[in-house]
Design a protein around this ligand. Structure first.
Ligand code: AMP
Length: 286
C-alpha cells in the first residue's frame, strides 16, 4: 500500500493507472475507520483493481462551532486497517494541499442541500460536493462508494455527478450497525456510557415506524409521532428533525409509500447523530 500526501502525485499515479486500463475505485472518508467504512472498502475491492481510500478531514464542510477541531483521528490505526482491507493507495492530503492560498472555487447543488441537514448546517453540502468533485478530479475513479448512513449526502453526490456529467458510477452501501442497532459512526466515540445507551433510541424508533408501516399505517404524521415519542423518552435526546421524505427529491411525504425514507437527526447530549431507513424495504446496495 502506498501512502500519498501530494495531489499532483496522486493524480499522476491515477492517470497512469487509467492509461494502463486499470479500473479505479474510490472510497472517500474522514478517517477514524470503523466497520461501516470497511464494508465500503470490501465492496470496493470487488469492483475494481486499484482501490483508493482517501482520509481527509475536510474543513469546508464544517461550520463555525462544529467539531472539526475535536473530530477523532487515528492515522496509524487507519493505515493498518486500510492495509488489511487491501487498499492500494491511501490518499491523505493536508488541508493546505487541497485548499492552497488563493483557493476560490466551490461546487454547489441547489434545492436538495437546503433541507434536512442543510437547514441546520448551512454550507455543509457545498463543502462536501466541492471536496468530492476535487477527489473525483484527482483520483479519476470509475466507481466511488458512499454509505446510505449519510443519506442526504449520497442524494446530493448523485445529483452533482449526474448534473456535471462526471463519468463516475456512484454506489450506495447499506448502513452497518452495532449489535443493538446503533448506526456506526466515528462520532459515536463522543458518547458517554449513559448517552450511548440513549443513542439506541434512533434505531429503535426506526424499527417501530417500519413495523407500523408494514402493518398498514402509512400516515406520516402518525408514524413520526411514534418516532418522536420513542426518542423523547431519553432524557438527553433532542430531535433536530424527524421526517418521512421521497428518497430522491427529499420532499416530505404526507403518506409513506414505496419510495419513502425516514430520516432522523438527533442530539444526544452534545453529540449530533443521524440515522435513516427506507420504510418498506431493507437498505440494499443501490
Ligand atoms: P465519514 O468518514 O463519516 O465521512 O464516512 C465516509 C463514508 O463512510 C461515507 O460515505 C459514509 O456514508 C460511510 N459510512 C459511515 N458510517 C457508515 C455506516 N455505519 N455504514 C455504512 N457506511 C457508513
Amino acid at each position: 500500500m502506498e501512502r500519498i500526501e501530494s495531489v499532483a502525485t496522486m493524480q499522476r499515479h491515477c492517470l497512469e493507472a487509467r492509461a494502463e486500463g486499470r479500473r479505479i475505485v474510490l472510497v472517500p472518508t474522514m478517517g477514524f475507520l470503523h466497520e461501516g467504512h470497511l464494508s465500503l472498502l470490501r465492496e470496493g475491492r470487488r469492483r475494481g483493481d486499484l482501490l483508493v481510500l482517501s482520509l481527509f478531514l475536510n474543513p469546508t464542510q464544517f461550520g463555525a462551532g462544529e467539531d472539526l477541531d475535536h473530530y477523532p483521528r487515528d492515522l496509524a490505526g487507519d493505515s493498518e486497517q486500510a492495509l488489511r482491507a487491501g487498499v492500494d493507495m491511501l490518499f491523505v492530503p493536508s488541508a493546505a494541499e487541497m485548499y492552497p492560498p488563493g483557493y476560490a472555487s466551490y461546487v454547489n447543488v441547489e434545492g436538495l442541500t437546503e433541507v434536512l441537514c442543510g437547514s441546520s448546517r448551512p454550507g455543509h453540502f457545498r463543502g462536501v460536493t466541492t471536496v468530492v468533485c476535487k477527489l473525483f478530479s484527482i483520483v479519476q475513479p470509475h466507481v466511488a462508494l458512499f454509505g446510505l448512513k449519510d443519506f442526504q449526502q449520497l442524494a446530493v453526490v448523485r445529483r452533482m455527478t449526474a448534473d456535471l456529467n462526471l463519468p463516475v458510477e456512484i454506489i450506495g452501501m447499506p448502513i452497518v450497525r452495532e449489535a443493538d442497532g446503533l448506526a456506526m459512526s466515528s462520532r459515536n466515540s463522543y458518547l458517554s456510557v449513559a448517552e450511548r445507551r440513549q443513542a439506541v433510541s434512533l434505531s429503535d424508533a426506526i424499527s417501530l415506524a417500519r413495523a407500523a408501516a408494514t402493518a398498514g399505517e402509512t400516515r406520516s404524521e402518525v408514524l413520526l409521532q411514534m418516532v418522536r415519542r420513542r426518542i423523547e423518552r431519553e432524557p438527553d435526546a433532542a430531535i433536530e428533525y424527524a421526517r418521512i421524505c421521497d428518497r430522491t427529491s427529499l420532499q416530505d411525504l404526507s403518506r409513506a409509500d414505496s419510495r419513502a425514507v425516514l430520516l432522523l437527526a438527533v442530539h444526544i447530549g452534545k453529540t449530533r447523530l443521524i440515522d435513516n431507513s427506507y420504510l418498506f424495504e431493507e437498505d440494499c446496495l443501490s
